[in-house]
Design a protein around this ligand. Structure first.
Ligand code: SF4
Length: 619
């Protein structure tokens, strides 16, 4: 049940009970006096029932602890323990000595509730706006950058991927269907639960052979349980199936007699057993499905060796039979082969985070997500404030995200006049689109050599920006006036097929031209054609400006400060690596890193100003 935090003070608050124990300008006083009151818990009201049930733990307190946790890169358990022991935390959250601690599972549950809506992002925007208004920071200039947030598991080889996929599934199977686990495990090539989380093969020469064996094990498990009423609904089993289909294939024209060798008969639903096992869900029972998923998730997070629930109704599983013995030459006869390259739209790189994608940027290879951060960068600001963060798939391009960044900034009343980005964000399309949004997107244009030396060479290749062009102020329509040699086009028209303007010159003029070898035109027998459009021209003009105007380059250099922000968010606030299995929760992790970064900067500014001093004794 929703219940707002009480604003009643207590004599057992540390500022009264242990007066002068904390310095007068301690950060916790600034937090409690200036930040605590502006956390609007009404915006989180919808996460709770209006009536009935126990009152919720203070939302302000939970949000504050999530901020402190991110500020100091703590775990759930450490946060729970520290709350009882840290006077500054107790003081900052208007709590009193001896208050009942917040259990880490309560905190984690609240965090999970936040993943499905915008309330946490709204908190970020509200706090940011409040800090900016109070400190009178200018938001007219901002800079943006991106970095990769790695998944919590490193890049896995096929050996590691197969082994970990089977292990995670077997952990769940052992917990919920112990008899089935025992029966199927004798047919597998190894005891996967023996070595907890060992993803390397010491003997490299054996790795390839063992990968094949594990591919066979994947097939064996798939064949055994794909028709099982309950097991086929396990998340870990669904992941196993997907990974098998992406990484392996059944050989063509082979006699796939596996079903004759290994068959797990369908068990008839047995409510009593299912209730004990906690796996009573059918795929159509929403409540049961939730229960099953919860059970499975819990299993995923627990140590299998300590959390095994033995099947008390083993006798009831007598009809679950694994037939056949594994022959010595079974590996050779298994109808499975590993694909040369994984196949599918979204290749799973880790069974623990199926959202994390593999990508490569220059020499860097990553399985994880792409994080985007934006902050103010006006040199007159006493400190800068993070104005936007977001997390997307690892393959999501900077040039796509720039439109979303601008949309969010506009929506949250944080729109800049000038936004600085690197070549990944800036191209003809994003320059023109930003202009429509009332934002000047500044920086070098992508897809071109950034070598000033090469650009200054007299024989450099020409591009569309070397042509004389007129752009209509009203319609923004582009017309080519003259080529670099000063010749007027014969004619020009819009191609409906390509959406580009086809500008024609006379070929005999071009063949005789001294710029012929450097010009971007296509020379035909009679007609020479230049293809051009507005976005292409805008990108090329920006490239020329960046290469030729040293003052403009100096102005754009302000963007490089965003790299320190990346360093701060990623390393100081723990967003370099995701602590979570899903993209939504990883996004939330990044969001709280940004909130804690802003809170920290705001508090430090107040401390530096030295104007903030609270009465911490009873008067
Ligand atoms: S090649 Fe043709 S279009 Fe290009 S500069 Fe020379 S005359 Fe002009």
């Amino acid at each position: 049940m929703y219940q707002p935090t009480s604003d009643q003070t207590s004599f057992f608050e540390p500022r009264f009970y242990l007066a002068d124990y904390l310095p007068e300008n301690d950060w916790s006083f600034i937090f409690r006096e200036k930040i605590w009151p502006i956390i609007d818990e009404e915006k989180f009201r919808h996460l709770y029932q209006e009536e009935g049930g126990a009152p919720n733990k203070s939302i302000k307190l939970k949000l504050s602890l999530l901020i402190f946790m991110s500020w100091e890169k703590m775990t759930w358990r450490t946060t729970e323990i520290m709350f009882e022991r840290r006077l500054d935390w107790i003081n900052a959250t208007c709590s009193q000595l001896g208050d009942k601690p917040i259990d880490h599972t309560t905190l984690h549950k609240f965090y999970s509730q936040l993943e499905n809506d915008e309330s946490a992002y709204q908190l970020f925007a509200d706090l940011t706006n409040a800090f900016i208004d109070e400190c009178q920071l200018s938001k007219s200039k901002q800079r943006t950058d991106s970095f990769f947030m790695r998944g919590w598991l490193a890049i896995l080889s096929r050996y590691g991927l197969f082994k970990e996929t089977i292990r995670t599934f077997l952990m769940v199977l052992r917990k919920h269907q112990f008899v089935l686990y025992e029966k199927i495990s004798v047919d597998l090539s190894k005891d996967y639960l023996k070595d907890n989380f060992d993803l390397t093969e010491k003997d490299k020469e054996n790795a390839r052979g063992k990968t094949k064996e594990m591919a066979h094990d994947l097939f064996l498990l798939k064949s055994a349980f794909e028709n099982h009423d309950h097991i086929k609904g396990y998340d870990t089993f669904k992941t196993l199936i997907k990974i098998f289909e992406q990484q392996c294939k059944v050989k063509e024209n082979e006699n796939t007699d596996l079903d004759k060798d290994v068959i797990v008969k369908e068990s008839q639903p047995n409510n009593e057993q299912e209730d004990i096992q906690g796996e009573s869900a059918t795929t159509t029972d929403t409540k049961g499905e939730r229960s099953r998923k919860t059970q499975e998730n819990k299993t995923d997070q627990c140590d299998p060796d300590t959390q095994v629930t033995r099947d008390k109704n083993a006798e009831k599983n007598k009809d679950l039979v694994v037939k056949g013995e594994k022959s010595e030459n079974q590996n050779e006869s298994f109808p499975v082969e590993i694909r040369e390259k994984p196949q599918g739209d979204k290749i799973i790189s880790s069974p623990h985070n199926t959202d994390a994608e593999y990508t490569r940027k220059r020499k860097q290879t990553v399985v994880g997500h792409h994080a985007f951060v934006t902050e103010t960068c006006d040199p007159n600001n006493p400190f800068q404030m993070v104005t936007d963060v977001n997390l997307e798939k690892a393959t999501h391009a900077d040039s796509k995200e720039i439109f979303e960044i601008e949309r969010r900034l506009k929506k949250n009343n944080l729109k800049p006049n000038d936004l600085y980005g690197d070549a990944g964000f800036v191209n003809g399309e994003s320059i023109l689109q930003s202009k429509k949004n009332g934002i000047n997107l500044e920086g070098p244009s992508s897809g071109r050599s950034q070598s000033i030396e090469n650009h200054e060479k007299k024989n450099r290749p020409l591009d569309v920006a070397d042509f004389d062009v007129l752009i209509d102020e009203q319609t923004k329509k582009l017309t080519v006036i003259a080529c670099p040699a000063g010749l007027c086009p014969k004619d020009q028209k819009l191609s409906k097929k390509t959406g580009k303007i086809l500008v024609h010159f006379i070929s005999s003029d071009c063949i005789a031209c001294k710029h012929c070898s450097r010009c971007p035109v296509k020379i035909g027998a009679r007609i020479t054609t230049l293809m051009i459009n507005e976005t292409q021209y805008a990108g090329a003009v920006r490239h020329h400006r960046y290469m030729e105007d040293s003052e403009y380059r100096k102005e754009c250099a302000v963007r490089s400060g965003a790299e320190s922000l990346v360093n701060e968010i990623a390393n100081a606030h723990g967003s370099r690596t995701s602590n979570h299995k899903t993209e939504k929760r990883s996004r939330l992790q990044l969001l709280f890193s940004a909130i804690s970064c802003n809170v920290k900067r705001y508090i430090r500014y107040n401390q530096e100003q030295g104007e903030f001093c609270v009465e911490n004794t009873i008067t």
